[in-house]
Structure formats: structure tokens, C-alpha cells
Design a binder for this molecule. Structure first.
Ligand code: NAG
Ligand code: NAG
Ligand code: NAG
Ligand code: NAG
Ligand code: NAG
Ligand code: NAG
Ligand code: NAG
Ligand code: NAG
Ligand code: NAG
Length: 609
């Protein structure tokens, strides 16, 4: 263990004293937005949902005109548009055509060589108002950058997903190149998905076979993995990456049960196909489907894998009391491999459990020679903001963040608002950011003035359900100068007061917040928050993890710097495959390490030291 292990241990002693309190509080206030793992509670108040999100997003700081692209309008008028629907003459597709025409104009007018910085190049108007063909702001269309070093494939209709081609203009180039093996696995996955995915003949044939032999085994041309959602959007996204890795490892076609709450958030990631489970599929309904747990029991009792079902439901959710799932074990994987259709429900980043499997481990190692960037690679491969989301993200970025010298993301999640005074959280945030020089101290002698000429600007993006945190921080830096002479600008794109699930607009806001946070230079997140995990993973950022405050006791380090950008797997297996208890993960699995924000959790690291 590292030199900091003593202070770390203290940190966790505190944490686990606090732990039972969290659970008690969760039981006491089931309807507030508490919960151990980002459990999104259904907001009782629906007030916020009827507002025009676009306008709200763009009003984070100084007034910014919205160019009439409110989210309200776009979300309503998007059905399957961003999932590859065609021939839809609605406002979105016509706008996309317009954009396509413009981007072609730009390409021919400007050539492909000039430089662009996000700050200068993509002015707010470049996407929305009439584009000037002799515009000096140029898009660098080097394919290598655009395709993230080969991670993405070419051939997409660029206008259908503008973010896919523009994200590299907003994000620092990743120092982590995808390995040739990962690239080849992705290309062959795409091939399988095209061949076996919805609308293909193989899909129809295989599905008919499966549907007609639900409870008895059958061999099919193609195998499938259906993802179902659980918990909030952050949990869903980390789980989706893990599920996708499992699909690649097992040559299964990944299909998503995307409810209305997720329509219009993401582009299609797989060329010439869709990842959404067709509406007509029988498997939207999980009733009468055999479960993995029952299969395990049967297997134990009879020792035979003779009568396997052709559809199996597997729950890998985060319950700590469930019997061991043995999902990481060869024996289980041998059985699962024979079942043509698996339905997954999880809310966990279970990549480390795949790595614990001796068959998957060498594959994963070959795909990811750097083991701590699995999410960074697969997350950037899978998650591209839809055109509607991208419009809001890129405009917000250009209006507020692009011109700053440094961008700081602060994600504040209050797990137990009922017992945690706001001031205590504010103190925690300040203590962390000041101590680690993420933000400067205010100069108590001098009040704010614009004396100096060229001051360094730090833009702070606050993501929280509660607007007070952004407001307080902004007020603090408005009144006084900073000792460093830096100018601190504070923005908070959205605040919802309550977390909601099954709410499209709420998810859109959350996705925009996560994406904007991922564009930061430095990131401060709340321990255990999967929302933060997504941002850090996409952005290749090692976050400062705020202590997860549940009262106003501040006798612990306010935050710690994480050692990687990988999400934490909160509930790893507790047993070896022979049934013995795993006492110390790090000894048995040298490439796994305890998470800083949750000592029961693990994540992959490059080397075992
Ligand atoms: C910002 O907008 C508000 C109302 O939308 C208005 O009262 C205020 O004067 C505007 N401020 C600036 C600087 O334009
Ligand atoms: C879309 O609109 C164009 C003209 O605006 C029309 O020619 C075309 O048939 C329409 N397509 C659909 C699918 O409605
Ligand atoms: C692009 O801009 C960056 C930053 O200003 C600079 O370092 C780089 O050399 C420029 N590249 C070209 C091709 O001009
Ligand atoms: C286009 O850009 C040129 C050069 O910057 C400028 O002279 C012209 O007025 C611009 N036209 C429009 C419509 O913005
Ligand atoms: C994808 O579809 C387009 C249009 O049908 C086609 O031209 C292209 O070859 C396809 N790409 C692949 C890799 O199948
Ligand atoms: C199951 O198989 C193993 C080895 O194949 C054997 O040792 C064990 O006795 C069997 N158990 C049952 C219940 O048949
Ligand atoms: C927090 O501290 C204040 C004053 O120190 C105290 O009045 C309050 O009860 C404390 N709240 C909690 C939840 O411990
Ligand atoms: C804060 O927590 C520590 C460790 O549990 C405890 O020793 C201390 O008394 C607590 N302080 C307050 C004010 O509750
Ligand atoms: C811009 C646009 O097309 N808006 C339409 C969105 O859809 C509603 C009905 O669902 C229409 O009333 C709007 O005109």
C-alpha cells in the first residue's frame, strides 16, 4: 500500500462510523434524495420539469441569449430521431440537414489544415446562426483526431451526430491511444452487430428460434445481451460500459431497453444499425423468464447443464445481502455461454469481476494494456451526445467556459440533505478546493476591483441539485479579490432540487452536466457518486473526492485525490469460485485495488504497487 495508507485508513474509519447512519437515514426518508448508491427517488414535486430547460441552462451566469433553441421544443419533437430514424420531417432532422450543408461549406471553404482552439474556433454562432463562409474559425478535420485515435469508425452520417465529430475540439487530446487489439475488437463487434442486430435477417431468424423455445435450450446463429436500466443515469452509464465489455468478450449483440426517459440523449454508436431493442420484441417483458439465481441452484442440485433455458434474466445489482453470484467464475460463464439470450440488470461497474475471470482476463489485458482506462476508452466510444444535447453542451461551453484559462468542475451531491447543513457542505467544498489550490483564497483586505489589466480567469462549473452552492461560491468571489489575482467565474447549468428517475428532461440535464464536467481541467466530485464517475472517465480526470458528508462533523480530510479515472465497482464478489471468502482483494487479485471513496469497492490498476 502507498505511503498515505495511514491517513486513508483514518478516512475510512470515519466513513464507516458514518455508514450505519446513512442507512438509517435512508430508511427514515425514503422519498428524499438519499441513498447509498445514487438511488434516484421519484421527485414529489414536478415543478421544475415544465420549465424551458434550454433557457435555464443558458442562464447560468451573465445573460446569454438562447437563440430560441430551448430544450423543451427539441425534446418534445424528438422521438427516435437520434436513434437513427430516417425520413422524419421534424424540426430536428431539418436542422440537421441545415447543419450538414453548413459543415460541408466550411470544409470546402476552409480547407482542412488550419488550427482551432475551442475558445476561438467554435463561436456560439457557428452552429446556429447563419454561418459565414469566409469564417476564419476553422475546423481541424484531421481524421485521426476526429476518430479519437481509431477508437471510432468512419462512415457515419456526420450530421446525424455532430458531437461524434466535434468532441475532440472540446476535449484535450487523450494521452491514451486505444490499442490495436481494442480497435480490432470494436470493428469486429460492429460487424457482428450489423449482421445480427435489429432489421437483419439473422436477427429475425434467431429471435424466432429463441421465442419458440424459451425454456429449452436452442442453438442460434446470433447471441444477444439485453440491457435493462436500474437506478439513475450515472449508474446506468457505468453499468452500460461494463455490459458492453461483456458483450464484446462473449460475442453477443448488445440491445438496450431504453425507456422514454432516455430518448434523445445519445447517438447511435454502432454504424448502420441500432442498439435499441425493437419495440416489437417480446423481451420488453421480463415475466416468466428464468433467473440466473434459480439456474445456479438447479445446477448445484443436479450437477447437469442439460436443460438450459434459451433466455435468462441476470440481476447483478448492488445488494450486499444476496447470495454470492459467482458471475466471475468459469463454471458460470461456461453455462451462460450456452444460452442465446441474456437479460442483464445491474447498476454497477462490474468490469473488475470480468477481470477476475481467468478466461476474460487475458482478453481484457490485450484490449487494455493500460488497465485503468477501460471506461475512458469504451465510454468515449459509446456515449455521444445527441444533436439536441450537443447543441446545449457546446453553446454553454462556448458561452461560459471556453475563454477561461482553466476550467474547474465541482460536483456536489448531498446524500442526506435532512441532516447535513448546507454550511457544512460549503465548508467542505471550500476546505478541499483551497487546501489543494484548486481555487484561490479571497483577499480579505481588498474588495473586488478591476484594477489589474490581464487577469487569469478560472471558470468554475458547479453541478448540483441545489443552486445555493453555485450562488454562494459566486457571491464569495464577486465581493473580494483573490490573493492570486485570478478572476473566478462561477456557473451552474442546472439544479433540480430532487433527483428524479424516468424523466427525460431530468436525464438530459444530468447528461449535459456530466459532459460539461468532463471537459474540466480539474474535477472535484462527491465520493460514491456515479455521476462523477462518468465525468471523470470521459474526461480522463483523476478527481478530488469530497468526503461524503452526512452531518456536520468535519474532523476528517475534506477530500482526497483519486489515483485513476476508472469508476469504482461498489459490490465486488465476496467469494472465490470454490466458495471460500475473499479476505483481501489486493493480495489475490494484484490488478485490483480498493477504491479511495469506498473501501469495499475495487477498481483496476496498472500495476499492483
Ligand atoms: C439579465 O436578464 C434579466 C431578466 O432576464 C434582466 O433583468 C437583467 O437586466 C439582464 N442582465 C443583463 C446584464 O443583461
Ligand atoms: C419531407 O419534406 C420534403 C419537403 O419538405 C418532402 O419532399 C418529403 O417527402 C418529406 N418526407 C417525409 C418522410 O415526409
Ligand atoms: C494549434 O494551436 C495550438 C495552441 O495554440 C498550438 O500549440 C499548435 O502549434 C497549433 N497548431 C497548428 C498546426 O497551428
Ligand atoms: C463574413 O466574414 C467577413 C470577414 O470576416 C466579413 O467581412 C463579413 O461581413 C461576414 N459576413 C457575415 C454575413 O457575417
Ligand atoms: C453503411 O450503410 C451505407 C449506406 O447504406 C453503406 O454505403 C455502407 O457501406 C455501410 N457500411 C458498412 C460498413 O456496412
Ligand atoms: C457433481 O460433479 C462433481 C464432479 O464432476 C462430483 O464430485 C459431485 O459429486 C457431483 N455432485 C452431484 C450432486 O452429483
Ligand atoms: C451542526 O452543528 C450545529 C452547531 O455546531 C448544531 O446546532 C447542529 O445541531 C448540528 N447538526 C447536526 C445534524 O449535527
Ligand atoms: C466527529 O467524528 C469523530 C470520529 O467519529 C468523533 O471523534 C468526534 O467527536 C465527532 N465530532 C463531533 C462534533 O461530533
Ligand atoms: C419546432 C417544432 O416543430 N415544434 C413542434 C413540436 O411539436 C409540437 C407538437 O408536439 C408542435 O406543436 C410544435 O410546433
Amino acid at each position: 500500500m502507498g505511503p498515505n495508507s495511514t491517513s486513508l485508513r483514518k478516512f475510512f474509519v470515519m466513513f464507516f462510523i458514518a455508514f450505519p447512519v446513512v442507512i438509517t437515514v435512508t430508511l427514515m426518508y425514503p422519498n428524499s434524495s438519499l441513498g447509498l448508491f445514487e438511488r434516484f427517488s421519484e421527485g414529489k414535486e414536478q415543478r421544475g420539469t415544465t420549465q424551458n430547460v434550454g433557457a435555464e441552462l443558458l442562464s447560468g451566469g451573465p445573460n446569454v441569449s438562447t437563440h430560441g433553441f430551448g430544450l423543451e421544443e427539441t425534446v418534445q419533437n424528438v422521438t427516435h430521431d437520434s436513434f437513427g430514424g430516417e425520413g422524419n420531417n421534424n424540426s430536428v432532422s431539418s436542422r440537421v440537414k441545415e447543419l450538414q450543408a453548413r459543415s460541408q461549406n466550411q470544409n470546402t471553404a476552409e480547407g482542412r489544415t488550419k488550427n482551432i482552439t475551442a475558445a476561438e474556433g467554435l463561436k456560439t454562432d457557428s452552429l446556429t446562426s447563419s454561418t459565414n463562409d469566409s469564417n476564419p474559425h476553422v475546423v481541424n478535420l484531421d481524421d485521426k483526431d476526429k476518430l479519437l485515435g481509431g477508437l471510432l469508425t468512419s462512415g457515419f452520417d456526420e450530421a446525424s451526430c455532430i458531437s461524434r465529430m466535434q468532441s475532440h475540439l472540446y476535449r484535450k487530446a487523450s494521452p491514451h491511444k486505444p490499442s490495436p487489439y481494442l480497435i480490432s475488437k470494436l470493428r469486429s463487434y460492429e460487424e457482428i452487430h450489423r449482421r445480427c442486430g435489429p432489421n437483419s435477417r439473422s436477427y429475425r431468424k434467431s429471435m424466432i428460434k429463441i421465442e419458440h423455445s424459451m425454456n429449452k435450450g436452442v442453438a442460434t446463429m446470433c447471441k444477444y445481451l439485453i440491457w435493462t436500466s436500474a437506478n439513475g443515469l450515472g449508474n446506468q452509464m457505468i453499468d452500460l460500459v461494463a455490459t458492453f465489455l461483456y458483450a464484446i468478450l462473449t460475442d453477443r449483440v448488445l440491445l438496450l431497453k431504453f425507456g422514454k426517459d432516455k430518448h434523445g440523449l445519445f447517438c447511435e454508436p454502432f454504424l448502420n444499425s441500432t442498439w435499441v431493442l425493437p419495440e416489437k420484441s417480446l423481451f420488453w417483458d421480463e415475466k416468466h423468464i428464468e433467473t440466473y439465481q434459480i439456474l445456479l441452484e438447479k445446477d448445484k442440485a443436479t450437477n447437469s447443464t442439460e436443460d438450459l433455458p434459451s433466455v435468462l434474466f441476470i440481476n447483478l445489482q448492488h445488494t450486499r445481502t444476496d447470495p454470492e453470484k459467482y458471475f466471475h467464475c468459469d463454471h458460470s460463464q461456461d453455462i451462460l455461454q450456452k444460452i442465446p439470450l441474456l437479460i442483464f440488470q445491474s447498476d454497477q461497474y462490474f468490469v473488475p469481476s470480468l477481470f477476475m475471470n481467468p478466461f476474460f482476463k487475458p482478453e481484457i489485458t490485450k484490449m487494455f494494456p493500460e488497465k485503468d482506462i477501460v471506461f475512458h476508452q469504451l465510454g468515449r466510444y459509446l456515449f455521444h451526445p445527441s444533436n439536441e444535447a450537443w447543441e446545449l453542451i457546446s453553446k454553454y461551453y462556448q458561452a461560459h467556459l471556453a475563454k477561461a484559462d482553466e476550467r474547474i468542475g465541482i460536483q456536489i451531491r448531498v446524500f442526506s440533505p435532512a441532516t447535513t447543513p448546507q454550511q457544512a457542505i460549503m465548508d467542505l467544498v471550500l476546505s478541499c478546493t483551497l487546501k489543494h489550490k484548486i481555487l484561490p483564497e479571497v483577499d480579505l483586505q481588498n474588495s473586488a476591483s478591476s484594477g489589474r489589466k490581464k487577469q487569469r480567469v478560472k471558470a468554475v462549473l458547479v453541478a448540483s441539485l441545489h443552486r445555493e452552492y453555485g450562488d454562494n461560491l459566486r457571491a464569495m468571489y464577486l465581493k473580494k479579490q483573490t490573493v492570486s489575482g485570478e478572476v473566478i467565474q462561477v456557473y451552474q447549468p442546472s439544479h433540480e432540487e430532487h433527483q428524479k428517475s424516468c424523466d427525460n428532461k431530468h436525464n438530459m440535464k444530468a447528461w449535459i452536466d456530466m459532459y460539461l464536467l468532463s471537459l474540466s481541467d480539474k474535477l472535484v466530485t462527491t465520493s460514491l457518486s456515479t455521476f462523477g464517475y462518468v465525468a471523470q472517465g470521459l474526461g480522463n480526470l483523476k478527481p478530488w473526492l469530497l468526503y461524503r458528508l452526512i452531518d456536520n462533523n468535519t474532523s476528517f480530510p475534506s477530500c482526497e485525490h483519486d489515483f485513476s479515472s476508472e469508476p469504482c465497482y461498489h459490490v465486488p464478489p465476496k467469494h472465490y469460485c470454490n466458495g471460500n471468502l475473499i479476505k483481501k482483494f489486493v493480495y489475490s487479485f494484484p490488478n485490483l485495488r480498493e477504491c479511495k471513496d469506498f473501501s469495499f469497492g475495487v477498481k483496476m490498476v496498472n500495476n499492483s504497487t
